[in-house]
Design a binder for this molecule. Structure first.
Ligand code: PEP
Length: 252
């Protein structure tokens, strides 16, 4: 049986009201009903998890958080994995580059990954280099992000997703995204790194997604030729028509 593809939308802060979030979810639910071969998920701002998951209750679309805290107790503004879970979330992005840019380092990301998994959420580990250099330093950079996030957490392999999001390709347009060949090369490298950190069998269970300027114009080529299990979509996921077009491009 072939595995379904996975398309995750990351709303970031693009959708600003609970009303717009509900309207989006209502339309999405209708448009993806009966869609075959693709699993759909939305990483929404934490305050909208309850309304969006209530709206999507009888649908297969999953709802999750854009980050979780790896800490507990006296942490003003923190949101734990358990809070996300009670609010209706089933997964959480961890290590997104926009969080790393705020100072969350590999150690913090490891803590968040473990906290998310311990709360029963699927962690979606985001990795990506800031820039590419001639000497291929981006490969060792990605390997280190994966190794440190999974250090001592190998048992989580069966419940993990990895999303490759080169920081320099985020928030642009389809023509600035990676080519399918570049995505394929990194997807192979990530699976090899996972096989070193976990073991070959466990590594094969981890879906590797690509994210960074995915739009309707490039989604079909990336999914067909990029050797990836799915897509993580930022700005284009905040427009329901674009998001549905991307999902449709991933149908099997
Ligand atoms: C992201 O930041 O997760 C992302 C994929 O953004 P965009 O699609 O806007 O490049």
């Amino acid at each position: 049986m072939t595995r379904k593809r996975l398309v995750i939308g990351n709303w970031k802060m693009y959708i600003e009201s609970a009303e717009s979030a509900k309207d989006f979810a209502r339309v999405l639910k209708r448009k993806v009903r009966g869609i075959s071969g693709v699993e759909v998920a939305l990483a929404v701002p934490a305050p909208f998890i309850p309304v969006v998951s209530a709206m999507l209750e009888s649908s297969a679309v999953r709802v999750g958080a854009q980050t979780v805290s790896g800490l507990s107790g006296a942490q003003t503004g923190g949101v734990s994995g358990a809070m996300v879970k009670t609010a209706g979330g089933t997964f959480a992005l961890v290590g997104h580059s926009e969080r790393r840019a705020l100072g969350e380092d590999n150690v913090a990301v490891h803590g968040q990954l473990v906290a998310a998994a311990s709360a029963g959420l699927v962690p979606v580990l985001c990795v990506g280099e800031l820039e590419r250099t001639e000497d291929g330093g981006h490969f060792s950079f990605i390997a280190e992000q994966i190794r440190s996030a999974l250090s001592g957490a190998q048992s989580l392999a069966g419940k993990l997703v990895v999303a490759y999001e080169p920081v320099w390709a985020i928030g642009k347009h389809a023509d600035s995204a990676l080519t399918s060949a570049e995505v394929r090369e990194m997807a192979i490298f990530i699976r090899k790194t996972l096989a070193d950190v976990l073991d070959r069998k466990s590594a094969l269970k981890v879906p590797v997604l690509y994210g960074g300027s995915v739009e309707p114009a490039n989604a079909a080529a990336l999914i067909a030729e990029g050797d990836i299990a799915g897509l993580l979509v930022g700005h284009a996921s905040a427009d329901v028509t674009s998001f549905v077009e991307i999902i449709s491009a991933c149908k099997k």
